[in-house]
Design a protein around this ligand. Structure first.
Ligand SMILES: Cc1ncc(COP(=O)(O)O)c(C=O)c1O
Length: 383
């Protein structure tokens, strides 16, 4: 039996047809028909003021840092338990990522520790919605409002998930989404920046258009476009947007399928949690998640390594992440921490992420569940 990968990109069947249409349109660079379709669709589906497709979520986060005006020495509060792009976006502008510990239940930014990290240089708070389960956005937005800070949601994993019924990425001033091939809806590499603060829309348009007023040129307001401010090449090509269009149309179905798989794991491992063998993820009642990933916390770092090795022997590729940024070479150099990061360090050492993707079969999932149980020398519960 071939190894069960932790991720397998899921294709909807229409990707090549739309790519062929994009090629036939002879508009292969950015901002053509498919880009427009994807952006409008996302605006409507998510209830977002403006969506700009980007070539990655990394690019969307970098665009966000430019938009809120992060400058040398400015600070942005974020978890250390995140992907490097959250911090790189700030570091690239000469800013300083400030790491705050996460909550033990969701592994998201601990809202009760944020205010202690705020200084006169703080510009923004960047919560990460780990696994599509939202950080406490009510508390975070209230703190941001009190201190006049921007909220940039790193919703890389959060498409179609919500907080109190509102789509992730649409609640802060800005939200960044990923369409990387490991996400629920994919375009190989890809992303989007959601601009919710209406005062930022015009500036976002200029940055996205490589620092020019090309949008006004396109609408006939000016007769040529010129360099207006610092911007970059952030938009994907039409070929990528065509692929994404095929995926978005099946986005709800993909999410529904992943949610079934997530629930199957969750039900199966309840007995192990009751016996104190592991901890399952917790979903606060305000959150509707999107089945993006399923992770367990083992009792110790050694137990986690043994579990990954046991699963490997059973033909299953399980992984762990993230290596906390504050202890990484670049984290030590470019960032600072606020308070203890005990929960981050503890969870990162004990976490294992199981395969979860839309084309995972029931038989594969049953095999994974059985392998986790046999790692504890226990018979699997029958589902
Ligand atoms: C929390 C978080 N932020 C940002 C990113 C970067 O996304 P992309 O690969 O689309 O640049 C990722 C990627 O996995 C992520 O998990």
């Amino acid at each position: 039996m071939a190894k069960i990968p932790y991720n397998r990109p899921h294709l909807t069947g229409n990707e090549l047809q739309y790519i062929a249409e994009a090629v036939a349109n002879l508009h292969l660079s950015a901002n053509g028909e498919f880009t427009g379709r994807c952006q409008s669709w996302l605006e409507q589906r998510l209830g977002a003021a403006r969506v700009f497709l980007t070539h990655s979520c990394t690019a969307a986060l970098e665009m966000a840092a430019l938009l809120v005006g992060v400058e040398t020495g400015d600070e942005v509060i974020m978890p250390s338990f995140t992907f490097v792009s959250t911090a790189n976006a700030v570091g690239l502008r000469g800013g300083v990522p400030v790491f705050v510990d996460v909550r033990p239940d969701t592994l998201n930014l601990n809202e009760s520790l944020i205010e202690a990290a705020i200084t006169p240089r703080t510009r923004a708070i960047c919560p990460v919605h780990y696994g599509g389960i939202a950080a406490n956005l009510d508390a975070i937005c209230a703190i941001a409002a009190r201190h006049n800070l921007f909220v940039i949601e790193d919703a890389a994993q959060g498409l179609f998930a919500s907080w109190q019924g509102r789509a992730l990425g649409t609640i802060g001033a800005l939200g960044a989404i990923s369409f990387h091939e490991t996400k629920n809806v994919i375009s190989g590499e890809g992303g989007a920046l959601i601009v919710n603060d209406p005062t930022l829309v015009a500036k976002a348009e200029t940055i996205w258009e490589k620092g020019t007023d090309r949008a006004q040129f396109r609408s006939g307001e000016v007769d040529r476009y010129t360099w207006q401010s610092i911007g970059s090449s952030l938009a994907p090509s039409e070929i990528t947007a065509a692929f994404l269009w095929a995926q978005l149309q099946h986005g709800e179905a993909i999410t529904a399928r992943r949610l079934v798989q997530w629930e199957r794991y969750h039900t199966a491992f309840a007995a192990l949690e009751e016996d104190g063998m592991l901890q399952r993820p917790q979903v606060p009642r305000e959150c509707e998640h999107n089945g993006h990933l399923y992770r367990l916390l083992l009792p110790s770092a050694e137990a986690r390594q043994e579990m990954i090795a046991d699963l490997d022997r059973a033909g299953i590729h399980a992984v762990f992440h993230y290596v906390p940024l504050h202890s990484s070479p670049a984290g030590l150099r470019y960032a600072r921490t606020s308070g203890s990061l005990r929960v981050t360090e503890d969870a990162a050492a004990r976490l294992v992420r199981l395969p979860l993707h839309a084309s995972l079969t029931e038989a594969e999932q049953a095999h994974i569940i059985e392998a986790v149980y046999s790692a504890f020398r226990k018979p699997a519960v029958c589902l």
